[in-house]
Write a protein that binds this ligand. Structure first.
Ligand code: NAP
Length: 561
């Protein structure tokens, strides 16, 4: 009997490092690692020791004979991965722990900007090699996308936050929350008090659609919608000062990445199921009053090129009370039947394919409709969204890429809500170079460059989405952070880390002067406890405090609700 990795795999490869027989692949050293949707246990080699399950930070690994319900399919998915790959259990060259050379001022002090997954993996790695770490975040609570991005109905994925929370208690770590670089302290001031500054600030903006009508009321970015249901303080209780209007029967999501699937699930789920999660109270209230019965996912390419990952689509099939439908206008049941087993298209073989009559109201019950090979042409409406016009597309191979060409056919879908889920986009950081083509900070193995391919900015580094662009789940940030930390070690060994002029204490004083409402890690712990206590009273993991005022109040006095 073997173990199998299931839907919530975070890809951070903690399991790979504890497996005594090297039966979990792809490993970080293998080429597939950068693009894999999840990791897989080779059932032929697994010796059933359970070390991977014990080490998994998100409880995603189980013995095959204990998989139940929607997870049973993962036994086959794990096995399938090895079907057309020769089993290769050769160990890669061993990687020994490195240590950080002492600087003339003692152990290196590193500032890490951001407290999301990439920043946390970097901080963890830096603490392991002996550095002191100062974490800074503009939000009053740590967590970044673990708190504000991961969907509330994915509690296992959120467990990675527990391992980061123990990191926050490390004696060599200081934390300054509610402090914004560029507003309260500058990059130069950070650099003047630390040997190195690492930016792990993610990609907070969204990609525009670039079609007429996208600024109409009722057209919002998925980024803003996710922030709203995850109680991001700037999104309380409205998005861009506009309440989310869920009065329409049909919502349309443009894009079909995992964020689009998250948003579709939240819109279609039974609010009473969401009521057991840490979803923002204001979102729960709005979803309870929602009229939305149909969520349409629009993809410009075909099912084979879909941006969602297999585990997320498989999970969607088990959403209680929600029917999945494939709009057969552009991709037919025959297309699905002809698809290779194991392909993304074949995932739709048990999904009802039907030609949807968009001019009629959605039928009774809730459903999520997949509409492929369609691009938005414009959002229509008088003052607010009333519909979306779509082109039909065909696929063509261009320069090795599958590109779309519009056929000239046009379809109109009436809808009152359009969510643009076309990916995140990095924002320029004050005092740092920015490549507006990739919306990332130019770098070489994490070392910031003054321009793409240009000169190094000594002592300045990047990790995560601001380094490599907005792709990959939480675990992808672990190897990304290790690469950056390796560069810091090499630079320290080469004597290339600039010496700070000010001490850690002087930096803490400066921060307090500039932002009297700075939140320390002890105060962040008080917020965490207050939220968990509120949650315990009503059978939820936590009740998130949704405004900066409430969060600051929780630091000062116990909360009563
Ligand atoms: P994404 O995976 O990059 O998906 C973006 C989607 O937008 C694609 O379907 C893309 O289509 C489409 N798109 C982009 N520009 C468009 C345009 N102008 N018109 C129409 N469609 C357009 O981005 P994401 O969903 O925001 O996710 C970001 C990352 O976070 C991903 O790596 C994702 O896997 C990860 N994530 C993971 C989870 C999870 O594991 N549960 C949850 C959330 C996010 P094309 O493919 O044709 O370009």
């Amino acid at each position: 009997m073997a173990y199998a990795i299931t839907q919530t795999c975070c890809n951070d490869a903690t399991c790979v490092s504890v497996c005594p027989v090297n039966c979990i692949h792809p490993t970080p050293e293998e080429p597939d690692f950068g693009t894999t949707e999840m990791l897989y246990v080779d059932p032929q080699t697994c010796i059933d020791c359970g070390a991977c399950a014990d080490a998994c930070p998100v409880d995603a690994i189980f013995p095959v004979d204990r998989l139940m319900g929607r997870d049973t399919v993962f036994a086959e998915l794990n096995q399938q991965y090895y079907a057309d790959r020769p089993t290769d259990n050769e160990w890669s060259a061993p990687r020994f722990p490195r240590s950080l050379p002492r600087t003339p001022e003692g152990p290196a002090r590193v500032a890490v900007v951001g407290t999301g997954p990439a920043a946390c993996y970097a901080a963890e790695s830096l603490l392991r090699i002996g550095a002191s770490v100062t974490m800074i975040d503009r939000q009053p609570v740590p967590g970044g996308l673990v708190r504000f991005g991961v969907a509330p109905d994915h509690p296992s994925t959120k467990k990675i936050g527990d391992s980061f929370a123990s990191l926050f208690q490390h004696p060599r770590l200081q934390m300054h929350l509610n402090v914004e670089v560029g507003t309260h302290v500058s990059h130069e001031e950070l650099a003047a008090h630390h040997h190195a500054v690492v930016y792990g600030v993610g990609a907070a903006a969204d990609n525009p659609l670039g079609v007429p009508g996208e600024d109409l009321a009722g057209s919002i970015s998925a980024t803003a919608f996710v922030a709203w249901y995850n109680a991001y303080p700037d999104a309380h209780p409205t998005v861009s000062n506009t309440p989310i209007d869920l009065s329409a029967e049909r919502a349309v999501i443009v894009g079909n990445g995992n964020v689009a699937l998250d948003v579709a699930r939240i819109l279609a789920s039974d609010p009473e199921d969401l009521a057991r999660t840490d979803i923002a109270d204001h979102a729960l209230e709005a979803l309870r009053a929602s009229n939305i019965r149909e969520v349409v996912l629009i993809a410009r390419r075909g099912p084979e090129q879909a941006a969602f990952t297999r585990p997320e689509l498989l999970a969607l099939k088990h959403l209680p009370g929600v029917r999945l439908v494939l709009d057969s206008t552009t991709v037919t049941a025959d297309d699905v039947a002809a698809a290779a087993p194991g392909s993304k298209t074949a995932l739709f073989s048990d999904v009802d394919a039907e030609e949807v009559d968009w001019q009629s109201p959605p039928p009774a019950g809730k459903r999520i409709v997949f509409r492929f090979l369609s691009s938005p042409l414009e959002l229509t409406g008088d003052g607010r969204v009333e519909g979306i016009a779509l082109s039909r597309n065909i696929l063509e191979e261009r320069d090795g890429q599958v590109a779309v060409t519009a056929t000239g056919d046009r379809d109109e879908l009436p809808t009152g809500l359009v969510l643009r889920s076309t990916g995140y986009r990095g924002r320029p950081l004050p005092g740092l170079p920015f490549d507006s083509t990739t919306a990332t900070v130019p770098h070489e193995a994490g070392r910031v460059l003054d321009s793409p391919g240009g000169a190094r900015l000594d002592g300045t580094y990047v990790v995560g989405w601001i380094k490599r662009g907005p792709s990959g789940g939480i675990g992808a940030n672990r190897t990304c952070a290790e690469e950056t930390v390796d560069s810091i070690i090499d630079d320290a060994a080469a004597g290339a880390l600039p010496s700070p002029r000010g001490s850690a204490r002087a930096f803490a004083r400066l921060v307090r002067q500039r932002q009297p409402q700075v939140i320390t890690r002890q105060q962040a712990l008080a917020i965490d406890q207050a939220e968990r206590e509120l949650g315990a009273k009503v059978g939820r993991p936590r009740v998130k405090l949704a405004s900066t005022e409430e969060l600051l109040a929780a630091v000062k006095k116990p909360l009563r609700r």
